[in-house]
Design a protein around this ligand. Structure first.
Ligand code: PLP
Length: 388
């Protein structure tokens, strides 16, 4: 089977994990965690980095750090892995589902229109005309490793006191030329969240990191993620804390992975270039390219079907599986999920076409040439089939 994404480990991860085990420091304290955090800070050019046990924990904690309260509202795209939506619900807040642009990312223009036409300002906060509830934050998700243009949206949110969380789970290594400066994903707003799950560009088994340039946010994140200890000797806690820090063994794996990071990014770019050069010559298919100002990590490659005619997306998925190639559809639109149907949606149109016409292709950096050729041959076969 050719998998969508497979983790690869080298002797470096084995060396660091062995070293870690020998020290006996296997829990959430230890030198590998702080080393790993420093390296992520340096890659992302973020002042502070706090490593947690998953990307989902990062998103959940981010909303708490911005003091999101029950029944407040959070703007979020409908097309994303479900974790950012769940994190809104963990905090008993309500999502407002937004549409996506041609890259599959949050549609910035529509969100701007929504804020301008469907909200009002009261005591320096933004409220929803329809529900009269406070719109506390916006979650931007950089899907597939791509960053769209959010310059105007971010400045509008600043004016309207809407806080910004970036879900950069899939985009470690992706940059955006923001106001002529190259900024790493997760550093455009107030807080960025990264995931190091097994399928991401680098992995710690499971894990994540919060990025911020604000010391008060970092300090509170550290406090809440380590049981809110006000006096660790006498066990005094003035707040409700969590036990969600990354452990030292996982950080040791992550450090090993990071030593290979530049090579990983190069290989991922090569895979993207290969797919693009071949697929974009076909009549019925196209490879999704990153937005103009984005330097993508090419986390996952998206095959767009230009002219599906009589075939449904399932037909394409099954065809790949017949050849032992694992492909995936785009996430099921979240506003249609059972628990999400009751929440507000705004002018949702583009999501459907994207969902019905796009397929995630195998994109792991360990893909061999013969595997890439096999995948391409299956795409050729499909192209031919569609012509007849
Ligand atoms: C966009 C997005 N957000 C959040 C997550 C959640 O991260 P984790 O699996 O580390 O909890 C993922 C992936 O897993 C993701 O792709």
């Amino acid at each position: 089977m050719i998998f969508l994404h497979e983790p690869i480990f080298s002797s470096k991860e084995i060396k660091y994990v062995t070293e870690c085990l020998k020290t006996g420091w296997v829990s959430t304290s230890g030198k590998f965690v702080s080393k790993f955090e420093r390296q992520i800070s340096s890659i992302t050019n973020s002042k502070y980095c706090l490593a947690l046990n998953s990307g989902t924990s990062c998103l959940d904690l981010s909303l708490k750090l911005l003091d999101v309260k029950k029944d407040q509202e959070i703007i979020v795209p409908t097309t994303t892995f479900i974790a950012p939506i769940n994190s809104i619900l963990y905090n008993r807040a309500n999502p407002i589902f937004m549409d996506i642009d041609k890259f599959g990312n949050l549609d910035s223009d529509k969100v701007i229109r929504f804020i301008k036409e469907e909200t009002y300002i009261k005591k320096n906060f933004t409220f929803n005309k329809k529900t009269k509830k406070k719109i506390k934050a916006l979650i931007i998700v950089h899907v597939f490793g791509n960053i769209s243009n959010y310059e105007k949206l971010i400045s509008l949110c600043r004016k309207r006191n809407i806080r910004i969380i970036e879900d950069a789970s899939e985009s470690l290594g992706s940059f955006y030329k923001f106001k002529k400066i190259k900024k790493h994903s997760g550093t455009l707003g107030d807080i960025g969240c990264i995931s190091f799950n097994t399928n991401k560009v680098i992995t710690t088994g499971s894990g994540g990191a919060i990025l911020t340039n604000k010391k008060n946010i970092y300090d509170r994140a550290l406090y809440l993620s380590t049981q809110a200890k006000d006096d660790p000797v006498k066990f005094i806690h003035h707040d409700i804390g969590y036990n969600i820090k990354l452990n030292n063994v996982s950080a040791a794996i992550g450090l090993g992975q990071l030593e290979n990071f530049k090579v990983i990014l190069k290989k991922k770019k090569k895979i993207f270039d290969f797919y693009k050069s071949k697929i974009n010559k076909l009549k019925n298919f196209e490879l999704l390219s990153p937005p103009n100002k984005c330097l993508s990590n090419h986390w996952i490659n998206i095959l767009k079907i230009k002219n599906k005619k009589k075939y449904k997306i399932d037909h394409f998925l099954k065809f790949f599986f017949q050849y032992n190639i694992q492909v995936r559809p785009i996430w099921y639109p979240n506003h249609l999920q059972k628990k999400m149907k009751k929440f507000q949606k705004y002018d949702l149109k583009n999501f459907k076409n994207f969902h019905d016409n796009c397929i995630c292709l195998p994109s792991g950096y360990g893909l061999k040439n013969h595997e890439l050729k096999k995948i391409l041959n299956v795409i050729y076969l499909l192209d031919k089939k569609m012509k007849t």
